[in-house]
Design a protein around this ligand. Structure first.
Ligand code: SF4
Ligand code: SF4
Length: 189
C-alpha cells in the first residue's frame, strides 16, 4: 500500500513528544548542524522567531559534556513546545491533503522530509503518525523519505563513544517538576 497523508491532518507539525522520556522534555524538529544557518535565514526572511536548542552532542573522553554538537532542534512556538513556527495556521490556504501549509515546504529540514519514516531497513513508520493510527501500513511511495533518513543517519554517525542528549526544559505545565534542562549523558542516539 502507498503512503498518503490523512485528509485534514497536520499532527506531525503540531504535536511534540517527550523523547526519549519525560525527563528530557519535549523535543523539537531535528536540525542537522549543516542545516541550522539555512533554517535561521529562512526564519529571518519570513519574520519568524525561532528557538533552536542543541539536541545531540558527542565526546571522545570528556565525561562532563559534549565536545561537539552534531544536531540541534527547532522548538515549537507554544509554551508547551507544540506547533512548528513555520506552520501557517492563520491563512485559509491548505496543503494537497487539506492540512495547514508549511511556509518553507520546498526547503524544509531533512527530518520533515523523512517523516513518518523512522527506520529504512526495514522500512518502519512512526506509529504516532495518523496514517498508522488508522491501522494502515505502507511499503510504497516512500522514496523521498528513505533518501532523507539515509542522509540523516550518515551525518549522525560519528563513531564517538560518548553520546549526550540535551534536555529541553519544555513541556506541559503539570509535567515541569519532572523535566530537566541541559546535557544528559545518554547511551543511544
Ligand atoms: S505524516 Fe502522518 S501525522 Fe503527519 S500530516 Fe501526514 S498523516 Fe498526519
Ligand atoms: S518545517 Fe514545515 S514540515 Fe517541518 S514541522 Fe515545520 S511546518 Fe511541518
Amino acid at each position: 500500500m502507498e503512503f498518503n497523508c490523512v485528509r485534514d491532518c497536520s499532527q506531525c507539525c503540531i504535536e511534540r513528544e517527550y523523547y526519549p522520556t519525560k525527563k528530557f522534555g519535549k523535543v523539537g524538529v531535528l536540525i542537522l548542524g549543516e542545516e541550522k544557518e539555512r533554517i535561521e535565514s529562512l526564519a529571518r526572511a519570513h519574520k519568524i522567531k525561532l528557538r533552536i536548542l542543541p539536541r545531540i552532542g558527542v565526546s571522545y573522553e570528556n565525561q562532563l559534556g559534549p565536545d561537539r554538537i552534531i544536531a540541534y532542534q527547532m522548538m515549537g512556538r507554544e509554551q508547551n513546545g507544540n506547533t512548528c513556527p513555520f506552520l501557517d495556521t492563520e491563512s485559509t490556504e491548505r496543503s494537497s491533503h487539506n492540512g495547514f501549509v508549511c511556509k518553507i515546504y520546498d526547503q524544509r529540514p531533512l527530518a520533515c522530509r523523512a517523516y513518518p519514516l523512522i527506520e529504512n531497513d526495514p522500512p518502519t513508520l512512526d506509529s504516532k503518525c495518523k496514517f498508522c493510527q488508522n491501522g494502515q501500513t505502507a511499503t510504497g511511495n516512500l522514496g523521498g523519505e528513505t533518501e532523507a533518513i539515509i542522509q540523516i543517519k550518515s551525518k549522525m554517525a560519528t563513531g564517538a563513544p560518548i553520546i549526550w542528549r540535551y534536555a529541553t526544559g519544555t513541556g506541559e505545565a503539570e509535567d515541569m517538576p519532572q523535566i530537566r534542562k541541559g546535557w544528559i549523558r545518554d547511551l543511544t542516539l
